[in-house]
Design a protein. Structure first.
Length: 668
């Protein structure tokens, strides 16, 4: 029987404790410290070599070398992270073969509000973040529920933004196959106790089409281009910090962010020998995101702490138009499947109040503990149960939860570090859940170590998975999806072992991991054609894999690195392979950096994907990619990049050929 955590205890722990750097903002003095220290895995600063969990840091310098025009592109060389396109409308975010909704994406340690079905969660998130405002990205591979709770079964991506520090202005422009961008940063520097910065980015997504032609068994023909999600997007970020300049280094930080998207999709025509069902069918999307946060930080000789309150909201409106002619007597029968008009509205909202403290108890123990209260709501027409068409009903549902957690960085002796942790979380929908984790690092010597982790995780069903009653004209057809209030949380059990070492200029690492997920949330078809589906818990999946990394620094200029990730992901009930994963992905990377103020950084890499599974088919392909960044002066730089140089096409999985980009940046 699940026991209810007393509210007084949760709130007492939340306000009696606090956090410093819960947002993951590492005040790095240089890029080397920034790369060698990670804060996301343990919510406090830990050296990458010491941290038991598999972590990776991507710095602002790495992003510039990649010539990344968005966050998805910035993550392309991240280890064992699948960012394949999801139906031309976004990107999957899958760590170690886990589902895209098993990755928790954070900005400065804050959860982002967004779409919440099993196939849409995280798909659009990375493309709603201003890549120019990123200081570093920290990736934790493996279960992180002990500190972060639901949604972190596969891992965490924490995107850490820049803080105001030095007065100046940055202006940049870029263009390419996918996007046209211009961006601006105004940093006012420090004026008295205040430091303030403002960022803006304006993007135009170019239309990208894939032609489709098919004939159904009934003689219905689908023919034309599918062009998804193109149009303008804007991003705005405002940050100001008040430094009390006292002995406790207290700071008060305010942040505001806003984005809007005005996008359009076009769909192919659908006709039979007698009727036109879809003609010049297009859909318009008007999406707006709002966010704000306030935090208070400080530190003493023994503590680093923070209190924080933040808010995030996403508003979505979509309108579909179909210029098909009147179908006469067939109008009523086909109107719900091929409506001439359709629309949907949605408002997702998240409030979070949290506090955390890092206590340096003694030379052996560093305790990190805290609590949070989270309130999530969704108000939309897809919860209202109306048929597709001109008139729909909106309905609202919400979920409240609170949690406490604690972790001990226990330096047992000079060789052994243990990190036991546990989180207790209670939801008004699912009762209480405990997610323990323990990690270990054993140092053979200064240049080699063994690491191991064991953890449990869970993912609570989302509001959509519980209550959705959607009827929406998607692509050429109308789809119905029904929620299930009886869904149970997904549960996971995960462990991994790794060996890593450095010898002179050479380095390497090998990891074996295993994830077992039960109560998987999926959909079942309620009609023969699969147009009506309902969420259910189905069986379990087991995902085993091996990660290998090896490389050498030829000299101060050149580095060669090889990675290989093998995934064995199966439905344990049916024995079938899970879709949306490759059997293996390998890269060979050559990096160049002359470390000059007026210098060049570049990377060329080959990525080989073997048996990427999609709709019961397997696809094997490779791409060759190149990017170079040139600093002409201390304040002026340009970049050029080209992906898929050999112009490989795999239209079924949206590998659409060669992609180029070029841009410039100037600082004043």
């Amino acid at each position: 029987m699940k026991r209810r955590m007393p509210m007084k205890l949760a709130l007492a722990m939340m306000f009696a404790t606090s956090v410093y750097n819960i947002s993951g903002i590492a005040e790095a003095e240089d890029s080397e410290k920034s790369r060698d220290v990670v804060v996301t895995a343990s919510k406090t600063e830990v050296e990458v070599k010491a941290e038991p969990q598999a972590v990776e840091v991507i710095t602002a310098e790495d992003i510039k070398r990649m010539g990344a025009e968005n966050v998805t592109a910035a993550l392309r060389l991240a280890r064992n992270l699948n960012l394949s396109k999801a139906g031309m409308t976004g990107n999957a975010v899958s760590i170690r073969g886990m589902s895209t909704n098993h990755t928790l994406i954070l900005i400065d340690g804050k959860r982002m509000v967004g779409e919440d079905t099993s196939v849409t969660q995280n798909v659009y998130t990375l493309n709603r973040i201003n890549v120019d405002n990123i200081e570093r990205i920290e990736i934790v591979r493996g279960p992180s529920g002990a500190l972060y709770g639901s949604d972190a079964m596969g891992g965490v991506i924490n995107i850490i933004t820049k803080v105001p520090e030095k007065a100046g202005t940055t202006v940049g422009v870029s263009t390419g196959s996918d996007e046209i961008n211009n961006y601006y940063n105004l940093d006012l520097g420090k004026s008295g106790n205040w430091s303030t910065s403002f960022n803006a980015r304006f993007t135009k997504v170019r239309p990208q089409g894939i032609h489709s032609h098919s004939v159904s068994s009934t003689g219905t023909v689908t023919d034309g281009d599918t062009v998804a999600m193109y149009g303008p997007k804007q991003y705005f970020d405002f940050t100001t910090v008040y430094d009390f300049n006292n002995a406790n280094h207290n700071k008060l930080r305010f942040g505001l962010n806003y984005f809007n998207e005005h996008l359009r999709s076009d769909y192919p025509g659908v006709a039979s020998s007698r009727y036109i069902y879809a003609k010049d069918k297009r859909e318009f999307f008007d999406n707006k995101g709002y966010g704000g946060d306030i935090s208070y930080t400080g530190r003493t000789n023994r503590n680093e702490y923070e209190f924080r309150l933040y808010y995030s909201q996403l508003k979505k409106d979509s309108h579909l138009y179909n210029d098909r002619p009147s179908l006469g007597m067939m109008e009523d029968m086909l109107g719900s499947m091929y409506p001439k008009r359709d629309y949907d509205t949605a408002k997702y909202t998240t409030w979070v109040l949290e506090g955390k403290d890092t206590l340096y108890a003694n030379d052996r123990h560093t305790l990190t503990f805290g609590g949070e209260y989270r309130k999530v709501s969704y108000d939309g027409t897809r919860l209202g149960g109306s048929l597709a068409g001109d008139s729909k009903i909106s309905e609202e549902h919400g979920v409240n939860s609170y949690a406490n957690y604690i972790e001990d960085l226990w330096q047992v002796n000079d060789k052994l570090l243990l990190t036991p942790s546990i989180r207790l979380e209670h939801s008004n929908q699912f009762g209480s859940n405990a997610t323990p984790h323990i990690g270990m690092t054993w140092n053979f010597n200064d240049h080699s170590r063994f690491k191991a982790n064991y953890g449990r995780g869970y993912k609570a069903p989302t509001i959509s998975e519980l209550y959705i009653k959607m009827n929406h004209a998607m692509g050429p057809m109308t789809i119905t999806v029904l929620g299930n209030p009886d869904l149970k949380p997904e549960k996971s059990l995960s462990y991994d072992f790794s060996l890593e070492a450095e010898s002179g200029k050479d380095f390497g690492k090998v990891t074996y991991y295993s994830n077992k997920v039960s109560n998987l949330i999926d959909t079942e078809a309620l009609d023969p054609d699969g147009f009506i589906n309902r969420y259910i818990n189905v069986g379990q999946a087991k995902i085993n894999g091996v990660e290998v990394e090896a490389g050498t620094h030829f000299n101060d200029l050149w580095t060669l690195k090889m990675t290989h990730d093998h995934i064995d992901a199966k439905n344990e009930l049916t024995g079938t392979r899970l879709d949306g994963r490759a059997d293996s992905t390998s890269t060979l990377q050559l990096l160049y950096d002359d470390h000059k103020e007026r210098g060049i950084t570049a990377v060329i890499w080959d990525e080989f994907t073997r048996n990427y599974r999609y709709n019961a088919n397997a696809y094997t392909y490779n791409t060759v990619n190149f990017s170079v960044n040139k600093k002409w002066t201390k304040d002026f730089s340009t970049f050029f990049g080209i992906d898929n140089i050999l112009n490989k096409h795999v239209d079924d999985i949206y590998v659409t050929g060669r992609v180029w980009r070029v841009g410039a940046e100037v600082k004043f």
